[in-house]
Design a protein around this ligand. Structure first.
Ligand code: ZN
Length: 282
């Protein structure tokens, strides 16, 4: 049987803070950062709490989902100007219905360390089609290689993992790949330990991986992923509640919880420098 850790560190946990996302609003949680200065502030707080990576979406002036380049540029430049070493992971989806070029431009121009690569199309939240057609994925993979941006391959179901393995074989994605196992999104696999273990057991041998759960399975998936040697994603993109019925105070609050639980397992949170090493990012 393969080691469930794969290439993950034995004693370091990379925490990615997913700050904003495309779905949740300030009505769901008033602490959601949506504007560039709020996103920057939240990124710095998460770094201070122990996050090595921040996953960034942007919104327009009215807080609507957006892939506008000027908004990405504003958020990214603010963070970089502070000198904070946190690794940046930009979304390449940003919501629904955006064109190929506008999905690719932010990572292509701003060259973050990582960018999301959603390895397949799905019925998103039982409302719309989250389009990731083959032509787009081929273009996206090629552009990431050219820009020197590491894909964070988002997996919502087993079919997407098979698709990612196909692109690894075809050279659209390069090994060692980094996977984000996303559980609990309606339309994808449910956030359970059983589903997490199933996906982990089917990952390629030479990869790193991280996981998160959305909704009521969030804490279960976080603790199961820690037990299996995984890295962890947390944040208001995925959960507006800290615990059942209790809204989160900030993105950093989620990071602090992972730090405490990891410590009980004899692990500490990876610094951005250590995360680079683990993920093979120069
Ligand atoms: Zn995202």
């Amino acid at each position: 049987m393969l080691d469930t850790r794969r290439l993950n560190s034995k004693d370091k946990v990379i925490v990615t803070a997913a700050l904003t996302g495309a779905v949740t609003t300030k009505k769901d949680n008033a602490n959601l950062p949506t504007q560039p200065e709020e996103i920057c502030k939240s990124a710095l707080e998460c770094y201070a709490a122990g996050a090595a990576v921040v996953h960034i979406h942007v919104r327009d002036e009215e807080d609507g989902a957006s892939m506008r380049y000027d908004r990405f540029e504003a958020a990214v430049s603010r963070i970089r100007e502070t000198g904070c070493p946190v690794l940046l992971n930009l979304t390449s989806s940003g919501g629904q219905g955006f064109g190929w070029e506008e999905r690719i431009k932010p990572f292509k121009a701003l060259k973050p360390e990582l960018a999301s690569f959603d390895a397949g199309t799905m019925n998103w939240l039982n409302t719309v089609v989250f389009m990731n057609e083959p032509g787009f994925l081929e273009l996206c993979g090629k552009e990431m290689i050219e820009a020197g941006v590491k894909p964070e391959i988002e997996i919502f179901d087993m079919g997407m993992l098979n698709t990612a393995k196909y692109y690894l074989k075809k050279g659209i994605l390069k090994a060692p790949a980094h996977f984000q196992l996303c559980l609990g999104a309606p339309g994808g696999m449910e956030a359970t330990t059983e589903n997490l273990l199933y996906l982990v057991n089917h990952l390629p041998e030479d990869c790193t991986w991280s996981a998160f759960g959305i909704g009521k399975g969030a804490n279960e998936v976080m603790m199961a992923a820690l037990a299996l040697g995984g890295n962890i994603r947390v944040g208001l993109e995925d959960n507006v509640y800290y615990n059942a019925g209790i809204k989160a105070e900030s993105n950093a609050q989620f990071v602090e919880r992972v730090k405490r639980i990891a410590a009980e397992l004899g692990k500490s949170l990876a610094t951005p420098e250590e995360a680079r090493e683990i993920l093979g990012i120069k």
